[in-house]
Write a protein that binds this ligand. Sequence first.
Ligand code: PLP
Length: 364
Amino acid sequence: MLPMVDLKTQYQQLKSEIDTAISQVLESTQFIMGPQVRTFEQEAAQYLGVPYAVGCASGTDALHLALRAAGIGPDDEVITTPFTFIATAEAIRYVGAKPVFVDIDPHTYNLAIDQIEAAITPATRAILPVHLFGQPVDMAGVLAISDAHDLLTIEDCAQSFGADIDGRQTGSLSLAGCFSFFPSKNLGCYGDGGMVSTQSQSVYERLLSLRNHGSSQRYHHQEIGYNSRLDEIQAAILRVKLQHVDRFNQARRRVAERYRDALTAMGIQVPLEDGIGTHVYHQYVARSPQRDRILAHLQKSQIGCAIYYPIPLHRQDVFAADYADTSLPVAETVSKDCFALPVFPEMTDTQIDTVLHAIEQAIG
Ligand SMILES: Cc1ncc(COP(=O)(O)O)c(C=O)c1O
């Protein structure tokens, strides 16, 4: 079996560092809000080039807490992409606001910047771009629009840890960056975890309070908050992996390079690197009219494959009634012919060849 992502090989490579880090936490018996989280936050903030980073329980919570800390609430509209994981839109709904979906670019799969302005109404408060599959969104384009219309921008960086635009990290380019440390992410822990990065001291202070029961001093509560803390074991694991994340991302890019040339020769549409930033290939998503045939053959050959995403958000059951009049033809078309191939830092040339050979057989 060739998996989509091989966490076991990665663990074996880092075993002694990770086991030491975990056992130090176990020995310390400080499991919640301790030195590992504080140090990880500092190290992550430094890596991202922002003054503040706040760990939390998941990427979904990072989005929720960031939107709440930014003051977005009922009757507000937030412009985002329909081609993402549901959490992006869920978080907008958690604060009572309305997701407004704008279509995507058919080659990068990111928000189509030239369609954002048409979606702005008097209720629009924010733009929430997603650096999808690890490719940075054209943030200069997004920020020009948000500045012109006095909107906030919050980045969904769940899939883009380590991706940069001209040396500036995703998550450092707007009011807040929201990260997921789900195990399969480019920087992943061994459970759920998330983080918000911000350049704003006031957003930072709100985040500290919101993630910990609306409290800035123990047993004093100023607002209704949440239990959304990153725990010490996860932070200790993340500190180890942060040291390796650039190497991991380079290795992902190397896999993508090999896929690109071979798949292009087979007539498959490969993900376009638009040159705006460095793609870190959280996922490798290609397109083909023969998608279903390719996937059936990969499955038969015991090769991991998936569809990200089979149903755009405005067509999901939970949202369908509210967006019956919304037509986003590119997202709808891409969801019908896109497919994801295995990509992980430890992938060998032989494994890459196995995937490519199976696709050749499927369409041959
Ligand atoms: C684009 C995007 N946003 C948000 C999330 C939510 O992250 P989490 O699973 O850590 O809650 C994910 C991940 O799964 C994601 O891919």
